[in-house]
Design a protein around this ligand. Structure first.
Ligand code: ATP
Ligand code: MG
Length: 267
């Protein structure tokens, strides 16, 4: 990734040169955004920020995104609007991030945290000291580049546990996830999503798989790609609509599933 700009690497960036890279990808390439996301993840993997299974998880997400034509659908847009409204009226919101999320949408999530004046907490499934330090370092680096050093970054010193989960994946911060009423957790695991909902929190997730346990158990699942969603969410936070307490999360999820089913039937 271009650490200067935090933007997608351009063909002039070093990252796209040399025998270990994809080679030059012109911006006119129809799969440019997808290829750049892959490059970001490959870079993050080499930097030790990701778990071994991270690329597999991304690949499965890509398959669903292919069925969406790599576009945000109306069902997802409705969910983004409602999530924005609820984040703005939350008492103690928090954004929980993992390795893939940091690799793909760190800047947007820092800007969202700034808008909401809420902390960002690193909370990873496969917690190792090296990965935690690497992710915290990356987020701090981007916060500095964006002049957002005032955004609180949590996760280094967990002082609480999510009830009902075993092992290090339960570790979290009282002043972050544990004490929050609303958690935006872009890419979450089904188990932890269930556990957070069981604690009485509103849990907002982003997951391209409308059939996952995460998608089905979250308070609201935005069935869309994480970078597109975080950009759209940031815009909506700056131009919000009123919250609808009767928002039908299942209907929004199913509306996106319908678009995928239509794609399968079209050919
Ligand atoms: P669950 O944990 O909910 O039961 P799972 O175990 O099948 O589901 P995970 O391995 O926890 O899934 O997470 C991988 C999922 O993350 C993918 O199937 C995909 O839907 C989602 N995903 C991966 N990359 C992205 C992305 N860039 N944007 C949105 N969603 C993504
Ligand atoms: Mg899972």
């Amino acid at each position: 990734m271009n650490l200067e700009s935090g933007l997608f690497p351009r063909k002039t960036d070093d990252v796209l040169h040399g025998p270990m890279t994809m080679g030059e990808v012109p911006e006119s390439h129809p799969r440019y955004a997808s290829l750049m996301s892959r490059q970001r993840l490959v870079d993050a993997m080499k930097e030790g920020l990701l778990a071994d299974s991270a690329l597999i998880a991304h690949g499965r997400g890509e398959a669903f995104d292919y069925l969406l034509g790599e576009q945000t659908t109306a069902g997802a847009t409705a969910a983004i609007t409602e999530v924005a409204a609820r984040l703005l009226i939350a008492k103690q919101p928090v954004i929980s991030v993992n390795g893939n999320t940091v690799a793909l949408a760190c800047d947007e999530l820092l800007q969202i945290a700034d808008t909401l004046r809420c902390p960002l907490e690193v909370n990873i499934y496969y917690r190792t000291p090296e990965r935690m330090a690497g992710l915290l370092g990356r987020i701090e680096e981007r916060a500095t580049a964006l002049h957002l050093n005032h955004v609180e970054i949590l996760g280094a010193n967990p002082n609480g546990r999510i009830p009902g989960l075993d092992g290090p994946r339960a570790n979290c911060c009282q002043e972050g996830i544990l004490g929050a009423d609303v958690v935006l957790v872009p890419l979450e695991d089904g188990d932890r999503c269930e556990a957070l909902v069981a604690m009485g929190k509103q849990v907002f997730v982003i997951d391209l798989n409308p059939l996952s346990r995460t998608a089905k158990t979250a308070t609201i699942c935005i069935v869309d790609e994480v970078q597109r969603t975080t950009s759209a969410l940031l815009s909506r936070l700056n131009n919000p609509k009123d919250s609808d307490p009767h928002f039908d999360a299942a209907a929004s999820r199913r509306a996106v599933l319908e678009v995928m089913l239509e794609a399968l039937e079209r050919d």
